[in-house]
Write a protein that binds this ligand. Structure first.
Ligand SMILES: *[C@@H]1O[C@H](CO)[C@@H](O)[C@H](O)[C@H]1NC(C)=O
Ligand SMILES: *[C@@H]1O[C@H](CO)[C@@H](O)[C@H](O)[C@H]1NC(C)=O
Ligand SMILES: *[C@@H]1O[C@H](CO)[C@@H](O)[C@H](O)[C@H]1NC(C)=O
Ligand SMILES: *[C@@H]1O[C@H](CO)[C@@H](O)[C@H](O)[C@H]1NC(C)=O
Ligand SMILES: *[C@@H]1O[C@H](CO)[C@@H](O)[C@H](O)[C@H]1NC(C)=O
Length: 239
């Protein structure tokens, strides 16, 4: 039954679709390729070319379910998945300023083939980003990012309004809208450090090379470091 529904869906949109957020909803159909988006709309950061929804859906202040279909296009035999949150409406198009708050560790989906495939992934309890607290009525956006085999990223978003857990406006989560298809596997992602970074900058302060540093400063610093051997070389040549 479930698989026949999926198959029917698959037949309908097989050729055009990439990633579809099936729960709690999405900004709308961005599975479009036309002369404005010659490579396809879903490649556009941050939300696949879709503007902020005026029809927000409701999601619990304690976190909740997110479900999506990752395999609607070629190139996702394996796919890295990221689920992020952006807060508020101070950004472009009354959306968030950024989507910089990860909600789950990135994970990999193992698909049956590199061609398009049907199938649904359900994360039944996605928590709020770490250290974030929200109140009923706060507005936010959930972003699902899918990296294809070749590393390019597809984006899809859903705009939400937070409500108390159990609020009847939260769409029901059940086995028809939130389940893992058996054909899909999952892998946890690890990295292995092969070389620790060495901080030997101008003042040798590791804290100076951190995320808060502006790109320009980092660049200036990097080019300084790059020039040092050359400068040293010319001093030696002058001696
Ligand atoms: C909001 O409206 C758009 C356009 O009609 C629709 O595609 C989308 O599914 C709706 N989103 C929600 C969360 O209801
Ligand atoms: C391409 O599709 C988008 C989304 O529907 C639309 O906003 C845009 O105007 C379209 N471009 C052309 C050239 O039709
Ligand atoms: C990202 O968004 C958060 C929440 O809206 C905001 O507090 C923060 O300043 C933003 N960061 C940047 C770099 O704009
Ligand atoms: C599952 O929940 C959806 C609403 O999110 C509802 O439309 C659907 O009828 C429910 N299915 C079952 C089997 O209860
Ligand atoms: C689906 O699989 C993911 C990854 O293993 C897991 O976190 C999630 O709980 C599963 N969903 C359901 C409904 O079992």
């Amino acid at each position: 039954m479930k698989s026949s529904v999926l198959l029917t869906l698959a037949m309908g949109v097989l050729c055009s679709a990439h990633i579809v957020i099936t729960y709690p909803g999405w900004r709308g159909n961005n599975l479009i390729t036309n002369s404005t988006f010659p490579y396809g709309m879903q490649w556009m950061f941050p939300c696949g070319g879709m503007g902020t929804s005026r029809n927000r859906t409701y999601w619990p202040t304690t976190g909740g379910a997110v479900a999506f279909q990752p395999g609607w296009f070629r190139g996702h035999e394996t796919a890295m998945l990221y689920v992020n949150m952006g807060f508020g409406t101070d950004g472009p198009d009354l959306g968030p300023k950024n989507m910089s708050f990860p909600m789950v560790p990135p994970f990999q989906v193992l698909g049956p083939t590199n061609g398009p495939y049907p199938g649904t992934v359900c994360l039944p309890q996605v928590p709020l980003p770490r250290n974030m607290e929200v109140q009923p009525g706060d507005l936010a956006t959930i972003q699902v990012v899918e990296l294809a085999v070749h590393g390019a990223a597809l984006y899809s978003c859903v705009d939400i309004e937070f409500v108390e857990p159990g609020d009847r406006r939260v769409p029901e989560v059940n086995e028809t809208n939130c389940f893992n298809t058996t054909e899909l596997g999952f892998a946890e992602a690890y990295t292995i450090t092969t070389r620790e970074p060495v901080y030997n900058g101008i003042n040798g302060d590791p804290a100076a090379v951190n995320h808060d540093q502006s790109g320009a400063e980092t660049l200036a610093r990097m080019s300084w470091a790059g020039w040092l051997p050359i400068l040293a070389g010319s001093v030696w040549a002058m001696l």
